[in-house]
Design a protein around this ligand. Structure first.
Ligand SMILES: Cc1ncc(COP(=O)(O)O)c(CN[C@H](C(=O)O)[C@H](C)O)c1O
Length: 346
């Protein structure tokens, strides 16, 4: 039996239309800027996000870390929230690649606000690191997929502008944030100087992200991608799937959000602990402590029933992520299993 894989939306397989587009993709040498499909993807992403230019990158991590390399360097600091993916799950890239240091800020629901950021902005003193970048994560993974509204982003961007500091958005799931709010991508991207957007998560492309920003930012980002060995050749074969993702796969994210909401509502009827207000998109986090079992134990029991879930955020926290390859019927089955396991646990 093929398991119901709720570990992450990174497991999505390319849609048939993507495979067809990949097969017929017109290609060239992207090293010379001559791959027409890569160029079209980068232009499409920039247009959708209301930015001057875009760069096709191999992953969300590569996009985020290239942005840091452009914005920040040695003796400088990158403000992020303490649960940020860029701080916790990118292999120490801020320090390792840019020589900058992260400045993690305690943000209870993962979302930074001007009140939380301003005290972390360094005074310009000879012996102090210089704040070079402020990052926001939208939606926020470890906080359970919560999104920033345009007003919340605008407040952060306005404060950053007062200090002349750029804002980078880790928009791995910005498409989810936009669809959940019924907004165009540009309405969120406008409050960031640079943004990385994953094509390979809920949007189902097999590989990659797009980094968007000013023409000058992307010119520098392209150089750092090459420095990292990220220059590609006939990458139009991969970019073709990204074009299909951007052109066709955003509206259906609402299905994932509906499935996540149904799952969360059902979990709330059990003894498992869940914060329903945080279930705003396709991520469902719940706590197994009330059952007296660890997340790891609960995940083993789920696996015995053909369901895969994730455990990356503490001893008792289970993460489930809905996506294109999990149907409503599979969600109903998952609910029945969770209710049974929660009922059985001592
Ligand atoms: C907010 C955010 N920003 C960046 C990334 C990195 O994207 P990739 O490097 O995996 O393409 C991720 C991936 N997140 C993955 C997941 O959620 O399963 C794993 C944890 O890395 C992310 O959640």
């Amino acid at each position: 039996m093929i398991p119901i894989d709720l570990r992450s939306d990174t497991v999505t397989r390319p849609a048939l239309a993507m495979r067809e587009a990949m097969f017929y993709a017109e290609v060239g040498d992207d090293g010379y800027g001559e791959d027409p499909t890569v160029n079209r993807l980068e232009q499409l992403a920039a247009e959708l996000c209301g930015k001057e230019a875009g760069l096709f990158v191999s992953s969300g991590t590569q996009g985020n870390q290239i942005a840091v390399m452009v914005h920040a360097g040695r003796g400088q600091e990158v403000i992020c929230d303490y649960q940020a993916h860029m701080f916790n799950s990118e292999t120490g890239g801020i320090s390792a690649l840019s020589g900058a240091q992260p400045c993690p800020v305690m943000a209870p629901d993962g979302k930074l606000t001007p009140e939380l950021i301003e005290p972390a902005i360094r005074e310009r003193k000879m012996n102090a690191p210089q704040t070079a970048l402020i990052t926001v994560e939208n939606t926020h993974n470890a906080a359970g997929g919560v999104y920033y509204t345009p007003a919340e982003l605008g407040a952060v961007h306005a404060l950053a502008a007062e200090y002349g500091i750029p804002v980078h958005m880790d928009g791995a799931r910005v498409a989810n944030a936009a669809v959940a709010q019924g907004l165009p991508l540009a309405e969120l991207a406008r409050h960031a100087d640079s943004m990385q957007m994953c094509l390979s998560k809920g949007l189902c492309a097999p590989v990659g992200s797009v980094l968007v920003g000013s023409a000058e930012f992307i010119r520098q980002a392209r150089r750092y991608r090459r420095l990292l060995g990220g220059g590609m050749r006939q990458a139009g074969i991969l970019a073709a799937a990204g074009i299909v993702a951007l052109e066709t796969m955003l509206p259906r994210l609402a299905d994932d959000h509906r499935n996540a909401g149904q799952l969360a509502q059902a979990i709330a009827t059990t003894r498992l602990r869940i914060d329903l207000e945080r279930v705003q998109t396709n991520i469902v986090l719940f706590d197994t402590a009330p059952l007296g079992v660890s997340a790891a134990e609960f995940i083993v029991r789920l696996r015995e029933h053909g369901i895969l879930a994730g455990n990356a955020y503490g001893r008792n926290k289970v993460r489930m992520v809905t996506h294109h390859d999990v149907s409503a019927g599979q969600i109903e089955y998952t609910i029945s299993v969770i209710q049974r396991l929660a009922g059985e646990a001592c």
